[in-house]
Design a protein around this ligand. Structure first.
Ligand code: 6LW
Length: 496
């Protein structure tokens, strides 16, 4: 059968995967968004269903006023003796911690902190021992992949932190994961940075603490030399073995906007690449060490069909799974109903690293029609295409002393400009429509039976290459201004 990459589209970076019985579980990082760490399950590695989040309570994650692309960094999910563990970093507070649950559909524990610095923590369980590993600097000040043994009940370190591998010399050695396969310890990691130079590398050894022998042909997986190719930045992966004994890598990558448009605005996404071991126990990945859009494989049974949800509405999404808030939401400003959303604005704007009244769903593909009916009582409300506080495009209705108007506002770095506006008179209702393509957003208003084109803006100014950071565009519904009140209905995001 054939399957297409990415297997999870939109801003779902830094994936980690584990398998229990015949079910796979996957987590991603979530930065400044709440709830933190989206959690998915799958029976076949290509169809992933979001079942919740690991960090759903304020007591588990401190996101109040964290910087954009701060907060929750790369997680690892593992299962030991029936208990799930998810470990991650709050990069803003520089804390490494894990949470656990015995019920994957239920709540996760309070955080257990580990006193080892760095990012991208991994947990490895063996013979009653737990090893904690990340990238950073060890107790002697030596950088690299750093490991210690911990007490899994308390998170206390049982040994000092020791640097066990320095990688292959590429910049930003990160994302380490440990596996024991046929008696050898494999250490998988990433180098090159999470941008166009990204790659996956590995080494193996006879002891969990090294020394490790590097794979001769590293990087084992990278698209860094594929100029003009849609899929870029592959790296940061986790290995998983399927029911038939085949190995795969779940890893991040992104889709650039166009052949010669080296920008990406949909965030880092989840890819699946086959991995093959040779007789000596070294493995290769993908199509000659690259990840491609369509893999033809006999590893998945022919009756597995890759499904893709193309239409997202209030009615067919769940507020606590598909939608997210910025940082620490003021929940009393949101009334979430099955087919309606009511928002109350505050003085907090979307231009601040704070928690404006905002609830969003990831943009998952280039071509889309996003529409929503809006009824505004006071203030301002609308749809925003949100990358960060300095990079967002807003299509809004605003009330001022002369009545209501609809406006298109672009925020690109220090340029904040209302590009187009149109009076609605005393009409406080509008259908807002955004038509998205790979390189443009077009802003429309539907009123009095007419589709009015307000204006258009380039997608590239919302890309990571312009805005910086590690997130992707979120389609946000927002209200702004003390006393603002708005009702949203008939939301639809349809991918073409
Ligand atoms: C993450 C690092 C990375 O911690 O991006 O792709 C960082 N790799 O490993 C932020 O998501």
């Amino acid at each position: 059968m054939k399957y297409n990459n990415p297997v999870i589209k939109g801003f779902y970076p830094d994936p980690s995967v584990c398998k229990v019985g015949d079910t796979y579980y996957l987590v991603c990082s979530s930065m400044q968004y709440f709830p933190g760490v989206p959690l998915f399950e799958s029976k076949d590695l290509i169809n992933w269903n979001q079942i919740g989040h690991c960090l759903t309570r304020e007591s588990q994650i401190q996101l109040d006023k964290v910087n954009s692309s701060g907060g929750v960094f790369a997680p690892t999910i593992r299962n030991n003796n029936g208990r799930f563990y998810m470990t991650t970093t709050n990069d803003t507070t520089h804390q490494n911690f894990y949470v656990w649950t015995d019920d994957i559909y239920g709540e996760w524990s309070e955080p257990v902190y580990v006193d080892q610095g760095g990012i991208d923590p991994d947990l490895y369980f063996e013979n009653g021992k737990t090893f904690f590993m990340g990238n950073g600097t060890d107790d002697q000040g030596i950088g690299g992949i750093v490991q210690c043994e911990i007490d899994i009940e308390s998170g206390n370190k049982l040994t000092s932190s020791r640097s066990i591998w320095q990688g292959t010399g590429g910049r930003f050695l990160e994302a380490p994961h440990m596996y024991k396969i046929n008696g050898k310890y494999y250490l998988l990691a990433a180098e090159g940075g999470t941008e166009f130079g990204h790659m996956a590398i590995y080494a193996r050894g006879d002891s969990i603490s090294g020394p490790f022998e590097e794979y001769l042909y590293n990087p084992v997986l990278t698209n860094r030399n594929l100029g003009g190719y849609e899929i870029q930045a592959v790296g940061h992966g986790d290995l998983i073995q399927d029911n038939n004994g085949n190995w795969w890598m779940i890893h991040l990558g992104f889709r650039q906007m166009g052949q010669w448009l080296t920008y990406h605005h949909l965030g880092r996404e989840v890819f699946l690449t086959p991995v093959t071991f040779d007789e000596e126990g070294w493995f290769t990945a993908g199509h000659s060490g690259t990840t491609i859009t369509c893999f033809e494989t006999n590893r998945l049974s022919d009756d597995v069909v890759q499904k893709e949800k193309k239409s997202f509405t209030f009615e067919n999404t769940e507020w606590d799974k598909d939608w997210c808030y910025l940082r620490l939401p003021h929940t009393h400003n949101y009334i979430l109903e099955q087919n309606k959303l009511t928002l109350k604005g505050t003085e907090i704007t979307m231009d601040q690293p704070d928690s404006p009244t905002f609830i969003g769903i990831r943009q998952k593909d280039f071509n889309a029609i996003i529409s929503c009916d809006l009824s505004l009582m006071h203030g301002e409300a609308g749809i925003t295409l949100y990358m960060d506080e300095h990079h967002h495009y807003d299509l809004a209705v605003r009330k001022d002393k002369n009545g209501y108007k609809v406006l298109e506002r672009l925020n690109i770095g220090d340029i904040k400009s209302i590009e187009n506006e149109m009076d609605l008179g005393s009409n406080n209702q509008a259908t807002l429509i955004i038509r998205a393509s790979h390189d443009r957003y077009n802003f429309h208003l539907y009123t009095d039976g007419k589709d009015i084109h307000l204006g258009s803006a380039q997608t590239k100014y919302l890309s990571s290459e312009v805005a910086g950071g590690f997130t992707g565009v979120i389609i946000g519904l927002y209200a702004y201004g003390q006393g603002s009140l708005a009702e949203f209905s008939k939301f639809k995001c349809e991918y073409l």
